[in-house]
Design a protein around this ligand. Structure first.
Ligand SMILES: Cc1ncc(C[n+]2csc(CCOP(=O)(O)OP(=O)(O)O)c2C)c(N)n1
Ligand SMILES: [Mg+2]
Length: 335
């Protein structure tokens, strides 16, 4: 494990040297904010301030940050119910995400969506979807629309590894390659679909190669290494923007927490979780930035403080925001 960690750091260092320092700091900040925001969510959920389903992103921060900070502002993103951090990395405020979690009027969809349904058309963020794999079809349609209208937008479509077993994954990839759509499919392989490990549900470990069946470009990426994710995302986004072609990225990470707040996680061992926590993507990135002399412990403490402050402001905003008015009951609802 030690040798593997050293190897990752060496390759991360190479890539850090080629990247703008301000951007590196922003990447670290977004990862730390994502982690702290989600830890606070768990805390206030237990206090009863958040109701319903709530899926945390802890351990997977390098995927959203590595991929999304390689986008242009006008590019589009769609994801599953594990969506709080993706929404913030796309530019939505922590206030609007936390108030949504609280079911309050100040939330990004006025408190009517909750944890699984973050949306903001203004930020080109199209959910937040509870149906496993549903966003793969919708995201493919978004990419089709962008191509049809000639907007030049690229779509990033995130989904879990369990969604790959759904028919919609295969139907969508076929169409995307056939119609040459500007989309990047990002499979966040956290190795579990609820309590079921990938090994128990899929005949192969190799998800990236499934794209070969459609003659689609594909790559396997280390999801603990934010720079590796960024580099693979840039290659895929360029392919979409320059040549209007899709890519499938399989990004392997690990879900540090249970599937949702109601999951005690009895199906995996403490040892297994500890093994992955040893390679925490935030610690890895921080250590590499220190080695590259781009960051000091003091800078890191400053970044952590900024993340704490931003989360505290979001919690205060959500607490003080009113509940939605009764007159909102039937607005924005399709029946
Ligand atoms: C069509 C459908 N089937 C089943 C479910 C119940 N369900 C919710 S999450 C989940 C597991 C999905 O795992 P994965 O795609 O790997 O995403 P992760 O939760 O690991 O991010 C399942 C089976 C659902 N929401 N939708
Ligand atoms: Mg999964």
């Amino acid at each position: 494990m030690k040798a593997e960690y050293q190897q990752r750091r060496r390759s991360q260092l190479e890539s850090i040297k080629k990247t703008d320092k301000k951007l590196l700091r922003e990447m670290l900040y977004q990862m730390v904010l994502g982690r702290h925001f989600e830890e606070k969510c768990a805390e206030v959920y237990r206090m009863g301030k958040i109701g319903g389903f709530c899926h945390l992103y802890i351990g997977q921060e390098a995927i959203a940050v590595g991929a999304m900070l390689a986008l242009k502002r006008e590019d589009m993103v769609i994801t599953s119910y594990r969506d709080h951090v993706q929404a913030m990395v796309k530019g939505m405020t922590p206030e609007s995400v936390m108030a949504e979690l609280y079911g309050k009027e100040g939330g990004c969809v006025k408190g009517k969506g909750g944890s699984m349904h973050m949306f903001s058309a203004e930020h080109e963020f199209f959910g937040g979807h509870g149906i496993v794999g549903g966003q793969i079809g919708v995201g493919t349609g978004m990419a089709y629309a962008a191509k049809y209208k000639g907007t030049g937008q690229v779509t990033l479509c995130f989904f879990g590894e369990a969604a790959v077993n759904q028919g919609i994954f295969h139907e969508s990839l076929n169409m995307a390659q056939l119609w040459k759509l500007p989309i990047v499919y990002i499979c966040e392989n956290n190795q579990y679909g609820m309590g079921t490990s990938q090994d128990r549900a899929m005949s192969t470990r190799n998800i990236a190669k499934k794209a070969d069946a459609f003659e689609m470009a594909n790559e396997f990426v280390d999801g603990m290494d934010v720079m590796a994710v960024r580099e693979a995302a840039i290659r895929a986004i360029d392919r979409a923007r320059e040549n209007s072609l899709p890519t499938l990225l399989e990004v392997r990470a690990y879900r540090f927490m249970g599937h949702s707040m109601s999951d005690p996680g009895n199906y995996r061992t403490r040892e297994e979780i500890a093994k992955y926590q040893e390679r925490d993507p935030i610690v890895l990135f921080k250590d590499s930035l220190k080695e590259a002399k781009i960051l000091t412990e003091k800078d890191f403490a400053q970044i952590e403080q900024e993340a704490v402050d931003a989360t505290e402001r979001a919690l205060k905003f959500a607490d003080e925001s009113p509940l939605p008015d009764e007159s909102e009951l039937m607005t924005d609802v399709l029946a």
